[in-house]
Design a protein around this ligand. Structure first.
Ligand code: AQP
Length: 336
């Protein structure tokens, strides 16, 4: 199909810390698999990252790193539009309008808000609460058809759909395409290696809880050996064994097999064997991505040229939607 007739697929990652194996299996890998069937926009959501405390120097470096990782994973910059969220000011502009159409009750019910605000204690930023408005803006600006994400982001896409339907209804015009969600059958929720009841997260302060996409082979092996399991020894798919289930999920996702097939491959083996095999599988996949990412990080001018071209292209699309929204909600067109 010629690119102009393809549907739009869009997704992003917050450069709030180093990207994890969860980000890879839940998101990035699926972007690569689906990229040929869609017109794609992928970006680093640096404005979202500001909803939790950031070191400015690290944030800049992590933003480069996120985009380098996209390319290293297999996203083709020749066909996909790659950019940085803050380089397209329309994201923040539309987010303001959407903020006026989302209800406080909807925002305060979001699981991510509840979990992250509990960690922030008394000083909870308003940005953390209104995060879904900015995310809805990211998606709706481009008339997106499909958003591939991990399980944890499903709720934010659902609220995006609700806002799109609500505003299309209020103004009796198609302001926004209502996006569909894509989550992978295996790997949509990778759990922490240290607490398998919580999801693996970039911002978890315990670095042993996550495999970062820049970890060395040695670090990966050590983290897997330290992974929390339980006191048993039989490898089975059992809700009472969340640590073992997580390792089986990781191996299954990386091998394109089902978790039950992985169980069969480990019949009669001990937990230690499963940990080593899982580490080997991660190294096999992540090793080349890490090496390519670090190589790309030595060519910042190249990376910069890609996001500059990407932002220019993204703005052309974003401006059309924003102008239509401004007009429909009753703002006077500027004449500058
Ligand atoms: N553990 C996970 N398993 C599967 N998918 C995951 N994703 C995140 N964690 C997992 C998916 O990765 C994409 C990018 O996520 P994000 O950067 O927008 O933020 P997040 O969902 O809040 O991810 P993190 O790693 O937990 O970041 P922090 O710690 O900064 O909040 C999304 O598609 C997400 O579903």
């Amino acid at each position: 199909m010629p690119p102009t007739q393809k549907k739009i697929m869009l997704s992003a990652v917050q450069p709030s810390h180093l990207l994890t194996l969860g980000n890879y299996l839940g998101a990035l890998r699926n972007w690569v698999k689906l990229q040929d069937d869609y017109t794609c926009l992928f970006f680093a959501v640096d404005l979202h990252a500001l909803t939790v405390k950031q070191d400015p120097k690290k944030l800049r470096e992590q933003t480069y790193l996120a985009l380098a990782t996209y390319i290293a994973t297999g996203i083709r910059p020749e066909t996909a539009t790659l950019f940085i969220q803050s380089h397209v000011p329309e994201h923040a502009e539309l987010a303001w309008i959407l903020n006026c159409f989302i209800y406080m009750g909807e925002l305060s019910r979001m699981t991510q808000f509840k979990e992250k605000s509990a960690r922030q204690g008394q000083a909870i930023s308003a940005g953390l609460l209104t995060y879904p408005a900015l995310m809805a803006s990211d998606i709706l600006l481009y008339q997106t058809h499909l958003v591939p994400v991990g399980e944890d982001q499903k709720q934010h896409i659902e609220i995006t759909r609700d806002i799109a339907i609500r505003m299309n209804h209020i103004y009796e015009v198609s302001l926004f395409t209502v996006p569909e969600i894509y989550t992978p059958p295996v790997g949509a929720r990778i759990m922490s290696l240290q607490n398998p009841m919580c999801k693996m997260s970039k911002s978890d302060p315990d670095s042993n809880s996550a495999i970062y996409l820049t970890d060395t082979n040695d670090q990966i092996l050590k983290k897997l050996k330290k992974a929390v399991t339980d006191s048993g020894s039989e490898i089975t798919l059992d809700d009472q064994k969340p640590g073992i289930q997580n390792l089986l999920q990781i191996q299954a996702a990386l091998s394109e097999k089902t978790p039950s097939e992985i169980v069969s491959e480990h019949t009669g083996k001990q937990y230690g064997h499963l940990k080593i095999k899982t580490a080997e599988k991660i190294i096999e996949t992540i090793g080349p991505i890490r090496d390519r990412t670090l190589e790309l990080m030595t060519h910042k001018d190249y990376l910069h040229s890609i996001f500059q071209a990407g932002a220019k292209h993204a703005r052309e699309r974003a401006q059309k939607t924003l102008a239509h929204v401004y007009d429909q909600v009753g703002l006077i067109k500027g004449r500058y």
